[in-house]
Design a protein around this ligand. Structure first.
Ligand code: FRU
Length: 446
């Protein structure tokens, strides 16, 4: 049955049928969160790009709707963004009924940036003019935001200039229809990954009581820069930071127009779902709340699962204030349910080395080297005040790991097998003081 298939993620969004890649047009409009996505409705692999469409009232349960944008005489529909034109500056709606605008790339055809609008969040009308005419064939992925200080709309666009020079062009507008280029950021070639596809640009408040607000410019693989923006130019303070310590996480986008102005991100996870007769392929990440952390003088972006996900918790298994060592039995031996959230707070002792098997995905932490290994991906994760905090979300397509309160986001895409593999925790060396270990079985969102 639909949504019950062997490799169907149970609490991550995936398309009913066909291929999916980048999230597009993430926006809150008239009481609903909208998730559009790069979609091939005709096959299991990339091609024929359309914008698929789904809605949710809680960011957790999604309902897939009709396709929003079909290819046309200008090309196929590549990635882009959506905004709510509250003041009806575009004239495409009214003040009482503000329009939702979609900005997308007309790809493999005219390579222009097109505009579509909707007054009901269900049907979409393309307008005949384009937001930005062709620059070079490599320009794509328009992201539009409102900039309060300059009272302008800002559009960032990825452009591949001559000799494979990656650049992000900044534009502004009063009416969302006429755009003027205001600045350009260029990097070296290849290396400056935060100037690559799907530029994402947003303002972020600090999470530690500092009154600081900064701007983040990030690219398709999650690399980013933090700096300032005066309405015209982005000036990075910290460049080439890493937003993704795992594998196969791309093209993340942040919701526009969210209540309370919080930053929520969803990205594409390159999962391995085109196997065993599945009729869909690929999946999104869970929604994550972004905040700005500080370590020493360095600012960085933290990712944490949104609080709304706690509603999926069903049965809870818990361990507290005890010591795990190599003599113990597997504490997880009673658990065989496939979809899990695990919240761990540990104090590794005596050069401890331990291992968690998540239905075929192996994680280990070695206190000696401070290395966290997951399915061959190795990261150095220093203990903080002697503590290691891990927050794991295990679904059929893999695991998302949030380490040290979201300082490290480690998505690993590998299909789990809860029928033939066990969940286990083993201490191979030293011991581990367990302050908290909670395992929740999670209900399906479908
Ligand atoms: C990133 C990307 C975008 C493009 C889209 C096409 O994954 O290559 O640059 O708009 O995918 O599907």
């Amino acid at each position: 049955d639909l949504y019950q298939e062997k490799h169907r993620p149970q609490f991550h969004f995936s398309a009913k049928k066909g291929w999916l890649n980048d999230p597009n047009g993430l926006v809150y409009y008239k009481g609903e969160y909208h998730l559009f996505f790069q979609h091939n409705p005709y096959g299991l692999h990339w091609g024929n790009m359309h914008w698929g469409h789904a809605v949710s009232t809680d960011l957790v349960h999604w309902r897939e709707l009709e396709i929003a944008l079909f290819p046309d005489h200008r090309g196929t529909m590549f990635s882009g963004s959506a905004i709510v034109d509250i003041s009806n500056s575009s004239g495409l709606g009214t003040l009482e009924n503000p329009p939702l605008l979609l900005f997308y790339t007309c790809a493999e055809g005219t390579w222009e940036q097109g505009i579509a609008y909707s007054l009901d969040g269900r049907t979409f009308q393309k307008i005949s003019e384009v937001a930005i005419p062709k620059i070079v064939p490599g320009n794509r992925d328009p992201k539009v935001i409102w900039h309060e200080e300059s009272k302008k709309w800002i559009l960032t666009l990825y452009v591949t200039e001559e000799h494979e020079q990656h650049a992000v062009y900044f534009f502004n507008s009063d009416d969302l229809r006429n755009w003027k280029q205001i600045s350009t950021i260029r990097g070296g070639r290849g290396e400056d990954k935060y100037l690559y596809e799907c530029p994402e640009f947003y303002q972020l408040k600090s999470d530690s009581g500092m009154a600081e607000t900064k701007w983040v410019l990030s690219a398709v693989d999650g690399s980013y820069a933090i700096g300032d923006f005066d309405g015209m130019m982005f000036k990075p303070d910290f460049e080439r930071l890493r937003g993704n310590y795992g594998r196969g996480y791309y093209a993340a986008q942040v919701f526009n127009n969210t209540p309370n102005d919080i930053r929520i991100e969803i990205g594409w996870r390159h999962t391995h779902t085109a196997v065993d007769g599945m009729t869909f392929n690929q999946s999104m990440s869970i929604p994550m709340e972004l905040s700005m952390g500080k370590r020493g003088d360095m600012l960085f972006v933290r990712r944490n699962p949104i609080a709304e996900l706690t509603q999926l918790r069903k049965k809870k298994h818990t361990w507290q204030k005890q010591i795990f060592n190599s003599a113990m039995n597997n504490p997880f031996r009673e658990i065989s349910f496939g979809e899990l959230e695990i919240d761990i707070d540990l104090l590794p002792q005596d050069k401890s080395l331990f291992e968690i098997n998540m239905y075929g995905i192996l994680l280990s932490y070695d206190q000696n080297t401070e290395q966290l290994r997951v399915d061959g991906v190795v990261n150095t994760i220093p203990l903080i005040d002697g503590r290691l905090k891990l927050h794991l979300f295990i679904d059929r397509v893999g695991v998302e790991i949030f380490a040290q309160d979201g300082e490290f986001y480690i998505p690993i895409n590998k299909n789990t097998n809860s029928h033939s593999e066990r969940l286990s925790l083993k201490v191979l060396n030293g011991k581990v003081i367990c302050k908290k270990l909670d395992v929740y079985e999670l209900s399906s969102i479908w």
